[in-house]
Write a protein that binds this ligand. Structure first.
Ligand code: NAD
Ligand code: AHE
Ligand code: ZN
Length: 370
């Protein structure tokens, strides 16, 4: 069959709206009609050419929600009509990592996913010019896409696609980093570097678990009002205090350092500042931001000798098929807020505007509705 899709033909170029071929689901696979998709900074990162796994031409997008339209042979947990959220971190429940219960980084299909193909090594997308590759196993910038069964979370049918798509990455990453990765305790002091689509969800996660001081750091002063609404208690603008004075500013606000810090930008200088503004003896710093190929982090090892801990997290440590339906329930029960973070909604043919708004600092999340 055919599907409309925003194709990334090459790094650094705008996406192009095309009608392309999509093959039906093979064994263990599912055809999904995507109803809505968020545009995450990671899509922009890969489109920029900085991602060593960036393959072109490809259909980007990994923050979607939609409806199962067809299942391949052997699929047992999903049927046509089910509502689903695609998972760039699948949950096979059988690999060494899933069985260990120590990490969410399921390895069942990671190798082929990074090569832009399905687990059997082929792509379901093509056009007159040849193969079009998948992206992060999701490709939600297509109206129809194919995913492995293990990469779909089944969610309740009354949840709105144009809001819960954000749970496919940003919401789960931010809140999950607080709950699953850092395990922030009530009364902890928290500092969040970068108050965009991820950082604001870290802030709402910190408020949920009862953090005391929640300090936000961003160079965009327009982020302050939204962050305060989500629970930020103190704002540090590096351009106001001095870009080299941010660690001191956080130490001053927290009697020596935050219990937990989160880097939500993808900037290795900020990663160092986040680590060094964690409290001596026990402070933990969690890297969420994705830094480009070739970038490296540095600090004086004394920072770790004196008890600070450096960690990272992918998809907020969430096990998607298990945790994502629960987060959809939290949204539907009013326990978490999503609506006001979705600052822009637009049709697929305006998707390049979503990237422009992100780069201009004018959007938190843009959502494409099919
Ligand atoms: P975003 O563009 O919405 O937000 C980035 C924020 O950082 C903006 O508010 C911007 O003003 C701020 N910022 C930029 N430079 C800064 C600086 N020098 N000092 C302080 N603030 C600065 O991006 P997003 O969608 O929130 O994504 C954030 C990062 O998280 C990206 O690197 C993305 O790739 C990554 N990410 C990682 C995961 C994961 O699983 N680890 C998941 C999603 C996104
Ligand atoms: N190909 C990239 C990887 C970037 C990366 O770290 N991705 C995160 C998710 S970002 C979602 O917005 C992730 O899940 N990482 C774990 C994994 O297995 O990819 C690069 O830079 O190499
Ligand atoms: Zn993302």
């Amino acid at each position: 069959m055919k599907t409309r899709a925003a194709v990334a033909w090459k790094a650094g170029a705008p996406l192009s709206i095309e009608t392309i071929e999509i093959e039906g689901p093979r064994a263990g696979e599912v055809l999904v009609e995507v109803k809505a998709t968020g545009v995450c900074h990671t899509d922009a990162y890969t489109l920029s050419g900085a991602d060593p796994e960036g393959i072109f031409p490809a259909i980007l997008g990994h923050e979607g929600a939609g409806i199962v339209r067809e299942v391949g042979a052997g699929v047992t947990t999903l049927k046509p009509g089910d509502h689903v959220i695609p998972l760039y971190t699948p949950e096979c429940r059988q690999c060494k990592t899933c069985l260990s219960r120590r990490s969410n980084l399921c390895t069942a299909i990671r190798a082929t996913q990074g090569k832009g193909v399905m687990p059997d090594g082929t792509s379901r997308f093509s056009c007159d010019q040849g193969t079009v590759f998948h992206y992060m196993g999701c490709s939600t910038f297509a109206n129809f896409t194919v995913l492995p069964e293990i990469a779909l979370a089944k969610v309740r049918q009354d949840a709105p696609f144009d809001k819960i798509c954000y749970i496919g990455c940003g919401v789960t990453t931010g809140i999950g980093a607080v709950i699953n990765t850092a395990k922030v305790w009530p009364g902890a002091n928290v500092a969040v570097f970068g108050l965009g689509g991820i950082g604001l969800n870290v802030i709402q996660g910190a408020r949920m678990v009862g953090a005391d001081r929640i300090i936000g750091v961003d160079i965009n002063p327009a982020r302050e009002a939204m962050a305060r609404k989500f629970g930020m208690t103190h704002f540090v603008n590096p351009d106001a205090v001095g870009r080299d004075k941010v660690v001191q500013a956080i130490q001053d606000l927290t009697d020596g350092g935050a219990d937990f810090t989160f880097e939500c930008v993808g900037n290795v200088t900020l990663m160092r500042q986040a680590l060094e503004s964690a409290h001596r003896g026990w402070g933990e710093s969690i890297i969420i931001g994705v830094a480009a190929s070739g970038q490296e982090i540095a600090t004086r090892p004394f920072q770790l000798v004196t008890g600070r801990v450096w960690k990272g997290t992918a998809f907020g440590g969430a096990r998607g098929r298990t945790d994502v339906p629960r987060i959809v329930d939290w949204y539907m029960d009013g326990k978490i807020e999503i609506d006001s973070l979705i600052t822009h909604t637009m049709p697929l043919d305006q998707i390049n505007t979503a990237f422009d708004l992100m780069h201009e600092g004018k959007s938190i999340r843009s959502v494409i509705v099919y």
